[in-house]
Design a protein around this ligand. Structure first.
Ligand code: SAH
Length: 355
C-alpha cells in the first residue's frame, strides 16, 4: 500500500503518471487528502477509480481511536491509531488566537528523559510525514464536526502546530522536514511555519542543520536544568552534548533565522527549582535572544519525581524577571484528562485496549 498523505503535489502527479492516471488527478488527490477525505469521499473522482485507488493506496493514514474532552477548558486529548496498529497521542487546545494542535513525531521515544512517560518503553518507530500531517487532518475533522453554527474561522481548523507530543522530532529529521514543507503548500492545510514550534531535547548537529533549512519555525529546547551535572541526571542526552554546545547551537539558530529560541524548563521539587538554580540559569542565558517557559512537572507515577507548588513556580519566575530574562509559566490545559506526554497512550497500553 502506498501512503499518499506524505507526498507533495509534484510527487502525487508523478505517482499518478506511474499508475496510468492523468496528472490533474494528482492535484485533486492532494486537495482531497489535505481536506481530510478518504477515497470514498472524493466526489469528483469516478467511483471505479476510487475503488481501484483504495486497493493500492492509503489516503488517511491516521484515525482517532479515542478522544477525551476536558470539562475545564475544552482541550481534547486524542489517541490516534496508525495503519500498523500502533498509536500515538495528540492534544488540541483552544487559545484566544485560534486552535493549537500538539502532535507526536515518533511512537515512543528513545531519549530516556527521567520525567517523561513517552520514553518508558523506548522508541517503537518514527512516524512518516503523512502520519504527522494525518494528526492535523483528524483534528480538523473533529473541529468541523463539533463546530457551533456561528463558530469563528480561527476555531474551525488547526492554526498552530507544536511538535511536542511523543518522540524527538530531530531524531526523525528527514520525515519532520518533509512534513514541515507539506504544511505550507497552498492547496493543503496551508499553515504558516511561523505558527509551528519544534521542541527538541537538544540534538546539537541537527539544530545546526535546521538553521540552514530556511524554515521559519520556532525552536524550543528542553533545558530543564541550569548546569550539566543536574541536566545529566534528568536527560541522558546531556551526556552527549554539553549545555554550552546546546546554547551555542541556539545562538546560531537565532543568528541564522532571526527568531528567538524558547527554553522549556520543567520544575521538579528537590531537583532544579531553587532560586539559586534560577540565578544560574539566568547567567547562562544572558545575552541570548530567548524566552523561558516554565512547566510545573506533571508527575508520572513510574518516575518518582515530584511536582512543585505554586509558590515555588512564582519564586523561580521572579528571580528570572529580576535578572531580565523573559519568562512565563506555561498555562496548564486539560488537567483533568492526563495532558502530559505519553500518559494516555500508556494507560491504554496497560489496559490492553489497543496494541
Ligand atoms: N522530544 C522533544 C519533544 C517532546 S516533549 C523534547 O524533548 O523537547 C515536550 C516537552 O514536554 C519537553 O520539554 C519535555 O521535556 C516535556 N515533558 C515531558 N514529560 C513531562 C512531564 N511529565 N512534565 C512536564 N514536562 C514534561
Amino acid at each position: 500500500m502506498t501512503e499518499l498523505a506524505g507526498m507533495n503535489p509534484q510527487e502525487l502527479r508523478a505517482w499518478c503518471a506511474e499508475n496510468g492516471l492523468p496528472a490533474f488527478r494528482g492535484k485533486q488527490l492532494f486537495q482531497w487528502i489535505h481536506r481530510g477525505a478518504d477515497f470514498d469521499g472524493m466526489s469528483n473522482l469516478p467511483k471505479p477509480l476510487r475503488e481501484q485507488l483504495a486497493q493500492i493506496a492509503v489516503a488517511q493514514p491516521v484515525r482517532v481511536a479515542h478522544e477525551v474532552r476536558s470539562q475545564l477548558d475544552g482541550t481534547v486529548k486524542f489517541l490516534f491509531s496508525l495503519t500498523d496498529g500502533n498509536c500515538v497521542e495528540g492534544v488540541l487546545m483552544r487559545y484566544h488566537h485560534g486552535c493549537t494542535l500538539c502532535i507526536s513525531t515518533q511512537v515512543g521515544c528513545r531519549m530516556g528523559c527521567a520525567f517523561c512517560a513517552s520514553t518508558l518503553n523506548g522508541c517503537v518507530r518514527s512516524l512518516t510525514a503523512g502520519e504527522m500531517l494525518g494528526q492535523i487532518l483528524c483534528a480538523n475533522r473533529y473541529l468541523a464536526a463539533h463546530a457551533t453554527p456561528d463558530e469563528e474561522e480561527r476555531f474551525l481548523r488547526v492554526h498552530n502546530v507544536v511538535l511536542m507530543g511523543s518522540g524527538e522530532p530531530l531524531d526523525n529529521y528527514d520525515n519532520v522536514m518533509r512534513f514541515l514543507r507539506l504544511l505550507r503548500e497552498e492547496d493543503g492545510v496551508n499553515i504558516s511555519l511561523r505558527n509551528v514550534s519544534l521542541s527538541t531535547c537538544g540534538l546539537v548537529p541537527q539544530m545546526y542543520s535546521l538553521a540552514e533549512e530556511g524554515l521559519p519555525v520556532t525552536l524550543s529546547v528542553s533545558l530543564h536544568a541550569p548546569n550539566d551535572a543536574l541536566r545529566r541526571e534528568l536527560m541522558p542526552i546531556a551526556r552527549t552534548y554539553s549545555m554550552e554546545q546546546v546554547i551555542a547551537a541556539c545562538r546560531n539558530y537565532v543568528e541564522k533565522t532571526g527568531r528567538r529560541v524558547i527554553f522549556e524548563y520543567a520544575l521538579t521539587d528537590e531537583k532544579n527549582c531553587e532560586p539559586r538554580h534560577a540565578e544560574e540559569l539566568a547567567r547562562r542565558l544572558r545575552g541570548l535572544q530567548c524566552h523561558v517557559n516554565l512547566i510545573p512537572l506533571n508527575p508520572v507515577k513510574e518516575r518518582g519525581l515530584k511536582g512543585v507548588t505554586e509558590e515555588q513556580v512564582k519564586a523561580f519566575l521572579s528571580v528570572l524577571e529580576r535578572e531580565h530574562i523573559s519568562a512565563t509559566r506555561r498555562r496548564e490545559m486539560g488537567d483533568d484528562i492526563e495532558g502530559a506526554c505519553g500518559q494516555l497512550r500508556r494507560r491504554y497500553l496497560e489496559e490492553n485496549r489497543l496494541p
